[in-house]
Design a protein around this ligand. Structure first.
Ligand SMILES: NC(=O)C1=CN([C@@H]2O[C@H](COP(=O)(O)OP(=O)(O)OC[C@H]3O[C@@H](n4cnc5c(N)ncnc54)[C@H](OP(=O)(O)O)[C@@H]3O)[C@@H](O)[C@H]2O)C=CC1
Ligand SMILES: Cc1cn([C@H]2C[C@H](O)[C@@H](COP(=O)(O)OP(=O)(O)O[C@H]3O[C@@H](C)C(=O)[C@@H](O)[C@H]3O)O2)c(=O)[nH]c1=O
Length: 287
């Protein structure tokens, strides 16, 4: 019998896991509030692991403010690396499998082919670096882990590019969006479903996996898709990265190869625009 605990439950992915688990009638996943399960508080983790003795722990907790992380290195590293270490140590004690969520931003982004799990990581931001440090620390402590790298997450919950565009689209007459950063958006609801599938599979195929929606796009085309589907009337202009300076550098190309997760777990992945339509329909529906 599975017994699963979720850290970072009030974030975007945590909320999506809650929604999908509810829709599937899964009652063995426990969503832990941060005051009960701060991943930097080893005393609280001792209590939580002793209480649940979980088969799986899903780590959705992270420092995700990419630009802010450049000036907030210690906190980003504490949450993204030390937090992961703390969870891995508990998982070792309780024979728990850790599901760690990581990012396409561990890649440099100078390749022209979808990145596989074996491709070298070379982060160009503090966020990407600290997420990679978290991945590597987990692998040094335990063998029984799934590290799932995903990209460009969005959903009806939390702060994300889709909700930001919908807001800016009504506030402004025109927007300039970077067209030379290419990747794949991921509907966090789809990712949540995949995580629950992996747990339910009963397979012990531990290691690193890539998961995003299918397809390839730029932030510019993603924004165009959001405005087309939602019927938002705003002019959108494609620009180069150099025309939109940000504190952190972002990979120019971060498309991920998903062959491994599809072959290992038989997971079917929706095309990014189909999932975007679903999310926008949810956002447009009466609350
Ligand atoms: N968002 C994205 O575009 C992408 C995200 N990812 C990865 O996916 C995962 C989920 O991201 P997402 O849900 O979007 O992120 P969010 O920022 O929405 O959620 C992260 C959650 O972690 C919580 N948290 C922060 N510090 C701690 C702590 N010490 N203990 C417990 N909880 C803490 C945050 O709480 P609070 O808000 O109070 O700080 C927040 O609720 C992360 O690992 C992220 O790196 C990967 C690719 C893309
Ligand atoms: C608001 C805005 C953004 N942009 C660009 C900046 C950036 O290159 C891109 C996306 O900006 P955001 O700040 O929304 O996204 P960002 O926070 O960089 O998204 C990343 O978050 C982390 C957590 C991840 O792990 C990544 O996979 C990725 O999703 O859009 C424009 O070109 N014009 C605009 O008006």
């Amino acid at each position: 019998m599975q017994n699963v605990i979720v850290f970072g439950a009030s974030g975007q992915l945590g909320n999506c896991l809650k929604k999908v688990a509810g829709e599937r009638g899964i009652d063995y996943v426990h969503f832990l509030p941060e005051d009960e399960a701060n991943i930097l508080r080893e005393d609280l983790l001792d209590i939580v692991f002793e209480k649940y003795k979980p088969t799986f722990a899903i780590n959705c907790a992270a420092y995700t403010a990419v630009d802010k992380a450049e000036d907030d290195v210690d906190l980003a590293r504490a949450i993204n690396k030390t937090g992961a270490v703390n969870l891995a140590k508990q998982c070792k004690t309780y024979s728990t499998t850790l599901v760690q969520i990581s990012t396409d931003f561990i890649f440099k982004g100078d390749a022209a082919l979808p990145r596989t799990e074996e491709d070298p990581a070379e982060p160009i931001s503090i966020y990407g670096l600290t997420k990679l440090e978290g991945e590597q620390a987990i692998a040094e402590i335990i063998d029984e882990y799934y590290t799932i790298r995903t990209s460009w997450l969005y959903s009806e919950y939390g702060n994300n590019f889709v909700k930001n565009m919908l807001k800016l689209g009504v506030e402004r007459d025109e927007l300039k969006i970077i067209a030379d950063q290419v990747g794949t958006p991921t509907y966090a609801i789809d990712l949540a479903g995949a995580i629950l599938d992996i747990i339910a599979s009963g397979k012990n195929a531990y290691g690193i996996y890539h998961y995003s929606n299918e397809g390839v796009t730029s932030w510019y085309d993603f924004a165009k898709g959001i405005f087309d589907i939602s019927g938002t009337d705003v002019k959108v202009f494609p620009i180069r990265t150099s025309e939109f300076p940000t504190r952190a550098q972002r990979p120019a190309y971060s498309v991920m190869d998903k062959a491994k997760i599809k072959a290992t777990f038989g997971i079917e992945i929706p095309y990014w625009r189909d999932s975007l339509e679903q999310c926008l329909a949810v956002l447009a529906s009466p609350k």
